[in-house]
Design a protein around this ligand. Sequence first.
Ligand SMILES: *Cc1c(COP(=O)(O)O)cnc(C)c1O
Length: 430
Amino acid sequence: MTTSFPVSSKLFQRAQRLIPGGVNSPVRAFRNVGMNPFYTQSANGCRLTTPDGNEFIDYVLTWGPAIFGHNDPEIRAAVHAAVDCGLGFGTNAPAEVRMAELITQTVPAVEKVRMTNSGTEATMSAIRLARGFTQRTKIVKFAGGYHGHVDSLLVKSGSGAMTFGQPDSLGVTPGTAADTFVLPYNDFDAAEKLFAERGNEIAAIIVEPFLGNIGFIMPEPGFLAKLRELTARCGALLIFDEVMTGFRISLQGTMGVHEVRPDLVCLGKIIGGGLPVGAFGGRAEIMDCLAPLGGVYQAGTFCGHPVSLAAGVAALEKLIREKSVYEKLSAFGKTLAGELTRTARERGIALQVPHCGGMFALFFNENPVRNLEQATQSDPEKAKKLFRYAIENGVFLPPSPYESCFISTAHDEAALEKTVRVLCDGLRTL
Ligand SMILES: *Cc1c(COP(=O)(O)O)cnc(C)c1O
């Protein structure tokens, strides 16, 4: 290794004595790439700086939220202004009303919305609401779909077209997992069959409309429409988990590029402008089942926190105002994907680089990846080697082949040029 992190290494040693695995979220331990993680001292634009003075062009971007890059001056100013008014109120605050207006005016299918503190809380609450509204128990998710660490959604295994879920985590009871059906993504027949057999027990399908937590996998034409048709036919709800894809695939999220309209939408990441936030919303008739109007309970000491929402409102207003954001992100992704696939082809390396709206993934596969099973056939050794070459040379990719990469509007020409050079050189070493 030419890049070394003496300060980070010392911090990680201290952390491992006090924090399980040394981290507060498992993927940050870098275990998938077989090295110790670095620490970040500061982050600006498209770059991270470590306490050791290393600088990286960042394609993790706080796992998605930083669509304008790190520490955007406008969002920072909004946070400063909010902090000057107090660090939290425990009463209603004006920013909550503004946030609800921005979300309902921008995201189709959302007539009413509730704020939460994280994406996990949003999906957990949406599931409870769907069960309360339909008075049914079963939930359908897709293998490889990640919806936060909600018990009933930490289930993805099953080799058949339709299985009762097995928990992915110790501590999730078999009873909870048994209420979750897992289907292969992009498999029309499996979904059809499950709904034919069990449709009247199903409260909802929850789907990441673009899978973003197993690399990046796009829905095949008609797949989301099929889910809409199946749920509508049997009185189940369709929940789009757009915690990652909301305000990312387009200003309207998935609904900006697909006609399908879900009953409920979960949001997070970008709508917090970098601070912790989540939200779920949808048809008013369903949302009105929440307390205090209805019998489905959901609450939170910090929900609608004025500082988080100041950041979120600033981010959303900037996205709405700056019309060319998504074209810029797409153009960057297209150039990068084109250069990488061309270099890989020249070297005889099987590489797929799916990309959309500033999300992309590197799959070392012969053919385009349609589902979890194919994603896990991607060559992990090549991914690990490329990660290590990139970090040696100032480019930070996600420390796991099963995470999506993100582009921000702060990724400029110089960043593109350097990234293409480093990653193409990296591919030539494989
Ligand atoms: C990140 C993510 C979540 C969980 O959000 P947290 O804020 O980490 O709890 C849920 N669903 C999807 C699709 C996500 O990408």
